[in-house]
Design a protein around this ligand. Sequence first.
Ligand code: GLN
Ligand code: ZN
Length: 771
Amino acid sequence: MALAHNLGFPRIGRDRELKKALEAHWKGELDEAGLRAVGRELRARHWQLQKEAGIELLPVGDFAWYDQVLGHSLAFGVIPERFRPHGGKPTLDTLFAMARGSVGSHGSAGCCGGAHAQPAFAQELTKWFDTNYHYLVPEFSVDQQFQLSWEQLFEEVDEARALGHSVKPVLIGPLTYLWLGKAKGDDFDRLGLLDNLLPVYGEILQRLATQGVEWVQIDEPILGLDLPQAWKNAFERAYNILQREPGKKLIATYFAGLEDNLGLAAGLPVDGLHIDLVRAPEQFPAILDRLPAYKVLSLGVVNGRNVWRTDLQQALELLQQAQERLGSRLWVAPSCSLLHSPADLGREDQLDAELHSWLAFAVQKCAEVATLVAALNDPQDVQVQAALAHSNAVQASRVQSPRIHKPAVQARLAAVSAADSQRQSVFATRIELQRAHLKLPAFPTTTIGSFPQTAAIRLARQSFKQGKLSRAAYTEAMHSEIRHAVEIQERLGLDVLVHGEAERNDMVEYFAEQLDGYAFTRFGWVQSYGSRCVKPAVIYGDLSRPQAMTVSWIEYAQTLTDKVMKGMLTGPVTMLMWSFPRDDISREQQARQLALAIRDEVVDLEAAGIRVIQIDEAAFREGLPLRKAQWQGYLDWASEAFRLCASGVRDETQIHTHMCYSEFNDVIESIAAMDADVITIETSRSDMELLDAFEAFEYPNEIGPGVYDIHSPRVPDTSEMVRLMRKAAQRVPAERLWVNPDCGLKTRAWPETEAALVNMVAAARQLRSEL
Ligand code: GLN
Ligand code: ZN
């Protein structure tokens, strides 16, 4: 008999109960006992939901107060000196201080009970593989000691068992944990810490065994990455040592195929292996020949990263093939932890019935896993038959639906020629025409798009959405914000102005709401980090733009000034990366559809007299596949999608793009291939050093390296910005440099924004005077 299990469940709660409790706790409105009670209730509810859905072995240890990697750091005693509690074990306050920073002994950001006099900055946050989840990066010191320091996992195991559940604790494996961390202070190889770390895993496994645990899931997703040989070797060594510890071990891999690590992963001396067949279906059936005869194989056939119902028939055929070889050694699961799925489709009361019928969230995905196992065990069962028939009907409806398949969109895509993704002339020609047309000074100044989103702006937007504010009154409220922004920019003496983006809630949602082919959920929240969640829009069908999306706002803004007004759009790659994509056509095809829709907007802006148009691609780098061998394929279509949306305009029209991060080394060629006339990037915190990549590549187009960090209210001096721009000018010819902040200013308040921009404009003037 095959077994239905789950790798992890979303912890935040279907009404984001954990978010609300955490934030109340941080504000001092909910005490620790109250917070713990909410956590306990959520865990109990989530186990129950999974069990009712038919999951036989429930994950424990997938709950975390802030982040599961942080939970492991506490468990292992990997607590940097600045957070170390004086005397004794870490507390929940220690955990929150590591996650959020602490303000010192009399502050309120959750320090260690007043024991620390000094404020401590939080641990670094970074993206969990290729997801939008962020984890707290473990910090290792050269003499790092590991010591079991946190009892949460054992308590939760007792909790689940007391509720009568059959459980499988989840641990991040030792190699993945070390890989995700960073060596601090001295430069040393963190792999060298492995021998000290393993005894703690041993201790955990022994404790779990005494609690009556049979199986432990050990997540080693780095087996899906390009690993240095030393790390591959370490896998064998580590698991040879852990083999001696009690308990059956299931190594879980996900987000990518095992490829060159397949033999390694299959051969590890453990009792089971989980692989992700949604991301890497080509691993099957090859894996069957590599798996030792004693091992359990868990197949992840239900997508843990997206919102679509599984094609059960197709999954079942694969599983039946596996079952012939494996018998009861076959387990069935979602592809990865359901942390990356919204919680419960049952909560969605405002989706139309058809769309609703196509979707599955975490609860429904568990039921799909259980159905597949039931179908393996008893294919003739009536309920199984009904579920399969229903699944087939859903697939058929998606294949045929005119809401999804739009002949006009497809015909237009099919007619796209290579010339459509090329500007008319090369950059050298364009820039001359643009200079003549725009008449900007040297070191032109601009901003990245958004200005402070004040409470009044948010209220107006909300009231309009709720129907409490008429369209006319809303338009006037936004116009008044635009007037305000333009007046200030003129007074400050900026060269290329923006309208301020007051009408936008979010740089993706604003456009998604206006495109055909996008749907919105009410409760489709996914944890991003800590208490933060995102609710990505869902791309369900061929995408098109029924009408202009931004033109009236930008056009209005341009009537207020003789200066150049910059139009502001979000690019196709970012639209795609920050949405739930379709699973029936490729990401590339979706990016091209988005590109054509945005292209129409670019052309309309030009026709309305807009001479500079910025197309933001904040998520361009995020789309990189986990395996280097797949990078070029992605980069080619991603940069082409950008060019497709940007190339419908005359040479005189200047296209900008913006990217807010600071790692360009390995993608610089593709950034150049985007061929934007101007790119603005985040550089201030790297002291312009990231321009090295642009210099080394001899990046030909214009660049606006951010001269100040918009994440902090600090107002930098003119001299500081001049110094940064001089550093920039050592790497990029001065005539190709722009002066701008690192990113948009929507999270800032007006006073610091104005003060910083006064200094920025003064810096540009000083630089010009030195030419
Ligand atoms: N134009 C956007 C803004 O200024 C860009 C935001 C971003 O890159 N994240 O807000
Ligand atoms: Zn940005």
